[in-house]
Design a protein around this ligand. Structure first.
Ligand SMILES: [Zn+2]
Length: 124
């Protein structure tokens, strides 16, 4: 493993820790472990709105966590810089910007357009 791969791995591991912590803090708050639901109705409404925000934080942290974990697996198997879609090389600057990406810029862009077209089609 070269120095570059090692520093990417450290970056991903650090990110994984942050995300794990964020996801578990958000779900601990959601369970009201340190903050039971108030008896006051107005207070409860505020708490439930807060729960929606926490739920969104928790699910986005979890989604990113899965991507980081898959990047770590690809790193371990030497496929980290290989595009999942076209099997070409992912641009180094793209990996620097999004260390857990699994496809090259061209594939990411065509996947993005594909989803938008599918979305428009569903409304027809
Ligand atoms: Zn590609």
């Amino acid at each position: 493993m070269d120095n570059n791969t090692e520093s990417i791995r450290e970056r991903l591991l650090k990110r994984r820790e942050e995300l794990r912590q964020r996801a578990s803090e958000a779900s601990a708050d959601l369970r009201h472990e340190s903050d039971p639901l108030s008896a006051d109705f107005a207070e409860q409404v505020t708490q439930r709105e807060n729960d929606d925000v926490l739920g969104a934080i928790s699910s986005s942290a979890r989604a990113e966590l899965l991507q980081v974990e898959s990047a770590l697996r690809r790193l371990a198997s030497g496929r980290y810089t290989t595009c999942r879609v076209c099997a070409g090389d992912i641009e180094p600057e793209r990996l620097a910007a999004v260390p857990y990406t699994d496809c090259c810029r061209a594939c990411a862009e065509s996947a993005g357009t594909g989803r938008m077209q599918a979305g428009r089609g569903a409304h027809r």
